[in-house]
Write a protein that binds this ligand. Structure first.
Ligand code: PXL
Length: 276
């Protein structure tokens, strides 16, 4: 059985990071090992939240796994709590990575032109270092701009999106999956494979609703499917369709909560697509 280790925080309430990565990766038929990098009472879009950094556990966990001979098909990182933590995650990956393993990084740190509340302005350059060593990164346009020192634009064209994506490739990432890409009246995902110099786009109907945590749902689905054996293009398109299905279900629910999507109710849809 394939095994991923996903490294991100656990927000006890909030339907993001590990609380979505675990069930979604499991639904794709892949084992999900975890490293919780911090425990938060909720995600940081709530007015208040508690946060206990688990920084000091990362390298001891890596050492134990190495002693046990535990290996992974992929390392998948999401929200990380501090710049220092990024450095430790890089060390962990270098310690455990073996030939043929994939490193997949969702630089979850910003959206709509703004960094998430817990981060300072130095954080994106540290995250850019992790992305530089990755096989695949999954930024949105805000994160892509922050990591390449490109002034953020709320509206942009295809040329701008490609310029930013190619800067990320120059910095070291092999494949870039730009999520929530919106230009020329189209909405979806723009993927660039720097080794083949090839673009792939998957456009969707733009839904009139947006919720927290959908980036994590996309990245977890994409990662699980890819490691289960689907191609890049299949993984991107199924992940985008599943994320859209989660948003649709949540927008139609009379008593949906504001802090995350009802991804649970769309899991049968995901399993059907994953098995196709
Ligand atoms: O979904 C990204 C995410 C993950 N973890 C925490 C967050 C956020 C987004 O705000 O606050 C703690």
């Amino acid at each position: 059985m394939k095994r991923i280790v996903t490294i991100q925080d656990i927000s006890c309430v909030g339907k993001c990071s590990l609380t979505v990565a675990l069930p979604i990766i499991s639904a794709t038929g892949v084992e999900a090992a975890i490293i919780p990098t911090a425990v938060l009472s909720t995600h940081t879009m709530f007015k208040n939240f508690t946060c206990k950094d688990l920084d000091d556990q990362i390298l001891p966990i890596a050492k134990h796994w190495k002693d046990e001979g535990i290996t992974f098909d992929a390392f998948y990182t999401g929200y990380l709590a501090s710049s220092g933590q990024i450095q430790k995650v890089l060390t962990l990956i270098n310690e455990l990575r073996q030939k043929g393993n994939l490193v997949i990084v969702d630089p979850a740190m910003a959206d709509n032109g703004k960094l998430y509340p817990a981060f300072d302005s130095k954080f994106p350059s540290e995250m850019a270092k992790l992305c530089a060593s990755a096989d695949i990164i999954l930024p949105n346009i805000t994160e892509a701009c922050f990591m390449t020192n490109t002034p953020y634009r709320a509206e942009y064209d295809e040329k701008f999106a490609k310029e930013v994506v190619e800067k990320l490739a120059e910095q070291g990432a092999k494949k870039i999956v730009l999520t929530g890409a919106e230009f020329g009246g189209k909405y979806g995902v723009l993927t660039y494979d720097s080794e083949k110099d090839e673009y792939y786009t998957y456009f969707q109907e733009k839904l009139n609703a947006s919720f927290h945590g959908t980036g994590d749902i996309f990245s977890s689905t994409f990662t699980g499917l890819l490691i289960s054996g689907k191609s890049m293009q299949e993984s991107v398109s199924i992940a985008a369709d599943y994320t859209a299905e989660c948003i649709r279900i949540t927008a139609e629910a009379p008593n949906a909560n504001w802090y995350g999507v009802d991804f649970e109710r769309a899991i049968p849809y995901l399993i059907k697509r994953a098995e196709s």
